[in-house]
Design a protein around this ligand. Sequence first.
Ligand SMILES: Nc1ncnc2c1ncn2[C@@H]1O[C@H](COP(=O)(O)OP(=O)(O)OP(=O)(O)O)[C@@H](O)[C@H]1O
Length: 306
Amino acid sequence: MLLETEGLTKRFGGITAVDGVDFALETGELCSIIGPNGAGKTTFFNLLTGVLEPSDGRIRFDPPGEGDGERRALAGGGSGSTDSVLDITAASPDETALAGIHRSYQITNLFPTLSVLENVRVAAQASRGNDSWKLWRNVADFEDHYAEATRILERIGLAEEAETVTENLSHGEKRSLEIGVALAGDPDLLLLDEPTAGVSSEGVDDVVALIEDVAADHSVMLIEHNMEVVMDISDRIAVLHRGELIADGPPEDVRGDEAVQEAYLGGYGREGSEAAGADSEGDAADRDEDAAADGGRRASAGGESR
Ligand SMILES: Nc1ncnc2c1ncn2[C@@H]1O[C@H](COP(=O)(O)OP(=O)(O)OP(=O)(O)O)[C@@H](O)[C@H]1O
């Protein structure tokens, strides 16, 4: 077990956005979180990364690797921890990042006027703990971060754009760079919040290929509305509906689950039926590169809207 939640709950006034979720992720899994708009997916990610504090329940994280003592200490792994397992229920975003959980955001979260390389280098520097912020310049560290950033740009297919000012990238390239920035934190668990949102159909293929590549050596949780993508690349799918986990299993089981069909898929993947609830190729092709994340993506998922 890499990550586990027990009775995880978040209430906003009268709304229970995440409602008693028991969830576990094994190391190496790629698990997609799906559900209608407002189901609680982003809130779930916000709880796992310390952006929000739960109203109830617990979150435990057990990063692999024996050499993570410093990381654990930095992450404040003392309180409530047993053995190597960290209790990150009340951890801050910095602490969850130091523990090894990194994320990309639904809305681009890059420094637009910095170069592509600088965005990744700064993230690599920031993730190495307090030493990175010493007042004297450590040339060796700088070179390490630079080399690391260069390696990551190669991996995400943006090496040729290293010196490009980030705001000049295409929308799809920005989404890939977001994943690169998250990788610079050397994560054990990567949370990706709608990485294909607003990306053109050709761009989607590149982002999906990158997710698959990254998932080969990381554990990944993915919020995604494009059902073609979800069914294709997930080891497992967890379905949230009104904050509750209504299904959790391999894609073929989830696709056939009556409650999931009712709440979200609206006929998607049923034998003899067209993709009523999911993105079809045609819809995806119609999307403009810079379409605001909303339009096409929201239309791609069945179920209710807010
Ligand atoms: N900070 C907040 N304050 C009040 N209510 C919130 C807050 N954040 C989320 N909510 C509410 O919690 C519920 C779950 O929202 P959340 O954004 O987690 O859903 P989601 O599944 O990620 O939706 P989407 O697919 O549209 O991104 C919604 O009813 C939302 O309005």
